[in-house]
Design a protein around this ligand. Structure first.
Ligand code: AMP
Length: 395
């Protein structure tokens, strides 16, 4: 599924419409409190302007209501941050496809950057409207998608715009390129053994990920609160642990389908309250006392999971092994993260909480890939194909 990249097209003197993810957090004064998403887009941005391309950047920010006072969701602060990071002037259009955008697009010179106002100020964006898409598409000669966090969506800027630009180059940026390489290509042709570790709060969020990975992995290790629903399915005692009673039948089915591939915890670190200071006890899985709840995998499980990770050639991890925000119940997550950091396997960390955990533990630079998209990375692990990516040019 290799896609043509922005590096493969001649951009000199041509207008490039790049969909980026500048959905940055803003404080009450509309100052950007975390510029990570802007920084991550810089390699693709520089690739265009350094080669004399005329760059038009578009993104959504927040969830504005079209037609309301949306001044707090303007992309202007993100455009300013980009200017400071690049040390050059970045132009800003006060509308998305209106007169200001149209005249500033027409005036763009080689190597210049224009940021359009928030895509979601236009009601056509969420609706995937072809009229709105046609106006955006008419701005440019080349389309580039570098917004991985939105790739599982079918908003106009993701699907209808590249559709309207059929016949012109439609490529991925460096961020999306790397995500696809790891989350799709590596997973479909993995070096074996291929081990997946899935944790987090609910089985229901990860059913399709578990199913898909059971069909391609050699082992799928389960941790987090979802392990207790599996425990119930096996007739175990779970005390007052977090469970999804309506998913017990499904857990039974996954246990049957998974066979030896599905590895469940051997022991559980429990507490009598959801607090660091609670009374604690480690018990065998399925033997949690009535007044206790499972808050982490136990030491025997951590050791087993670390050994399975050490023997793997490809590792995918999504979801913490326990309540990693609350010591000492971060231990299982830490042991697993450390095993991944120490292994020479190709290691892929799904977005969301496991990405946060690996950063927090300081291991992020010792894994092959930390995904930037929560929902998008889960959908890719489910084996879903994204229209926004499928329609782009093949390499
Ligand atoms: P998710 O968003 O599904 O990946 O779940 C992440 C959340 O699951 C984190 O906030 C964890 O604290 C929580 N979690 C993991 N294990 C447990 C557990 N044993 N009991 C309660 N919450 C848990």
């Amino acid at each position: 599924m290799a896609k043509k990249s922005i590096a493969d097209v001649d951009v000199k003197g041509r207008k490039v419409l790049m969909r980026v993810d500048f959905n940055v957090p803003l404080d009450e004064n509309c100052s950007v409190t975390d510029d990570r998403r802007v920084r991550m887009a810089i390699p693709s941005i520089k690739s265009v302007i350094d080669r004399g391309g005329r760059l038009i950047l578009c993104s959504h920010l927040g969830r504005p209501e079209p037609g309301q006072d949306n001044s707090k969701e303007s992309l202007k602060p993100a455009a300013d941050v980009l200017g400071s990071l690049l040390g050059c002037s970045v132009k800003f259009a006060t509308d998305t496809v209106g007169p200001d955008a149209t005249s500033k697009v027409a005036d763009l010179k080689d190597g210049e950057i224009l940021v359009l106002e928030n895509l979601r100020f236009e009601k056509g964006e969420k609706k995937g409207d072809t009229n709105f898409a046609g106006k955006l598409a008419a701005f440019a000669d080349i389309y580039c998608n570098d917004a991985f966090g939105t790739c599982h969506r079918t908003d106009a800027s993701m699907v209808a715009v590249p559709q309207a630009m059929s016949g012109k180059p439609r490529v991925v940026g460096f961020l999306v390129d790397k995500e696809i390489k790891y989350l799709s290509d590596t997973i479909t042709k993995p070096a074996r053994p291929f081990v997946a570790i899935l944790g987090g709060a609910k089985v229901s969020d990860k059913i399709n990920v578990i199913r898909n990975l059971l069909s391609i992995c050699d082992k799928v290790l389960i941790g987090g609160a979802m392990a207790y629903t599996f425990s119930l399915a096996k007739g175990g005692k779970v005390g007052k642990s977090r469970v999804e009673k309506d998913k017990v039948e499904l857990a039974k089915e996954l246990i049957q389908v998974g066979g030896d591939k599905l590895v469940l915890p051997l022991d559980t670190h429990c507490g009598d309250d959801f607090k660091s200071t609670c009374n604690k006890v480690v018990v065998n899985a399925g033997e949690i006392p009535d007044n206790f709840e499972g808050l982490d995998i136990g030491p025997k499980t951590s050791k087993l999971y670390a050994e399975l990770v050490a023997s793997a050639k490809t590792v995918v991890w999504n979801g913490p092994m326990g309540v990693f925000e609350m010591a000492p119940f971060d231990e299982g997550t830490r042991v697993v993260a450390e095993a991944i950091a120490n292994s020479s396997a190709v290691s892929i960390i799904g977005g969301g909480d496991s990405a946060a955990a690996i950063q927090q533990l300081g291991f992020a630079d010792r894994v092959s890939h930390v995904s930037t998209g929560g929902g998008a990375s889960l959908s890719m692990l489910e084996g879903e194909k994204f229209a926004a990516v499928e329609l782009l040019d093949e390499a």
